[in-house]
Design a protein around this ligand. Structure first.
Ligand code: NAP
Ligand code: ZN
Length: 366
């Protein structure tokens, strides 16, 4: 058996883990920039980190203007603030958007890059240290080396990626996710499910990432009753956060696949939330994988713990009325997605016609 796996993030979890381990913030320096969004700062996480800063005699500023699907302008603005205050440490609080923005801020604060060159820039190791605190349970960005930014020139979302973008520490406290509205909870859970399933189908999948993906799917899909009913115990919230982090460790090593590449079209052109976009496309994607390469897909279907038909029905029930786009739009999206680098990352080869089939059967019909 051969495999490779890399995970340099220290993961600290549990109720009040920030208060209990406030000392972990201290070694990185005296000036901290908190990168967050408007609502993700309002769940107790900001109070807890401020408590830690006070104990450590650290000064701080808060940049709370990260938009969903962060833009290059917003991360350049964050980097300007980090440079002006001579920040030693970046602390990210929020979902994937603030966590990804924080990575770009930490990099741009140290590596001067013109606005138009961000996606082409070769990232060096000179990046401010980061501590990530997820307040959604989905992206796993707290344990990945990716920052996904809106790329207006290419009309898509593009990942900047480097081992230097791994946070130093991730604090996972499910109490911060208790305030998540139901649609965001469902969307982000679907994102994590997609990460685990896509990770297993990656050309870079291995025994260790597969083991983590299987466990992630078991934990996340074990919360289907809660996701379908909309009632979440603290235990459910903990499971969703755990499952999403596990899936993050998977894609940190495997990358994602055509589902993410296609989902970016729905997000860029129609503002469909990232997780919802993936969740809408995943069932038909898996069906086509099973048709094209049954042997390679079988372990993924087995890891779902239910027949693919039942999985598809559950996803449909979670998402309610699906988006519908006209045929020429979806043909255009299939052509765009075929150029995405995620396509080559999938062990099952997807032609443009297959991508079109996923789109048309998932969000077609207008
Ligand atoms: P998000 O855009 O970070 O957050 C969605 C919404 O939920 C925002 O309005 C946010 O408010 C709000 N919110 C966050 N935490 C909350 C809480 N505890 N209570 C109430 N509201 C809360 O969504 P996301 O799905 O977590 O992240 C999506 C982004 O992550 C996309 O840009 C996607 O491309 C990226 N992503 C990255 C990776 C990676 O490996 N780096 C993987 C997958 C996806 P605010 O306005 O305050 O933020
Ligand atoms: Zn994702």
């Amino acid at each position: 058996m051969q495999y490779q796996f890399y995970m340099p993030v220290k993961i600290v979890s549990g109720e009040d883990c920030i208060k209990k381990h406030a000392d972990l913030f201290a070694p990185f320096g005296k000036r901290v920039l908190v990168v967050t969004g408007k609502s993700s700062a309002k769940n107790g996480a900001l109070e807890d980190v401020v408590h830690a800063f006070n104990l450590n005699a650290q000064s701080y500023e808060v940049y709370d203007s990260v938009p969903p699907n962060p833009t290059v302008e917003s991360v350049q603005e964050g980097a300007r603030i980090a440079r002006d205050m001579r920040a030693d440490l970046i602390v990210a609080i929020g979902g994937g958007s603030p966590m990804d923005a924080a990575k770009a801020v930490a990099m741009l604060a140290r590596q001067g890059v013109q606005e138009g060159d961000v996606f082409a820039h070769k990232i060096t190791d000179d990046v401010l240290p980061m501590i990530h605190i997820p307040t959604t349970a989905g992206t796993g960005s707290e344990v990945t080396p990716y920052a996904i930014l809106t790329n207006d020139e290419k009309q898509t979302k593009t990942s900047i990626s480097s081992p230097a973008l791994f946070p130093k520490i991730a604090f996972l406290d499910a109490k911060y996710t208790m305030s998540l509205p139901l649609p965001t909870t469902v969307n982000t859970a679907a994102d994590a499910i997609s990460h685990a399933a896509e990770g297993m189908l990656s050309v870079r999948a291995g025994a260790l990432s597969d083991a983590l993906a299987r466990q992630s799917l078991r934990v996340l899909l074990g919360e289907l009753p809660a996701l379908l009913s909309g009632h979440f115990s603290y235990e459910s919230r903990k499971n969703l956060l755990f499952g999403a982090m596990l899936a993050g460790t998977v894609i940190a090593n495997t990358g994602t696949s055509p589902v993410h590449g296609m989902g970016y079209c729905l997000t860029y052109f129609h503002d469909v939330p990232h997780g919802r976009a993936n969740g809408l496309l995943l069932p038909v994607f898996l069906e086509i994988c099973a048709r094209k390469d049954p042997a390679r897909t079988a372990p993924v279907l087995e890891a779902l713990g239910m027949p693919l038909q039942a999985f598809s029905e559950n996803m449909a029930a979670l998402f309610g009325r699906r988006e519908c786009y006209d045929d020429s739009t979806l043909r255009d999206y299939a052509a765009r997605s075929a150029r995405n680098k995620n396509i080559k990352n999938c062990a099952v080869h997807f032609e443009e016609a297959d991508l079109y089939e996923v789109f048309s059967r998932s969000v077609g019909g207008r």
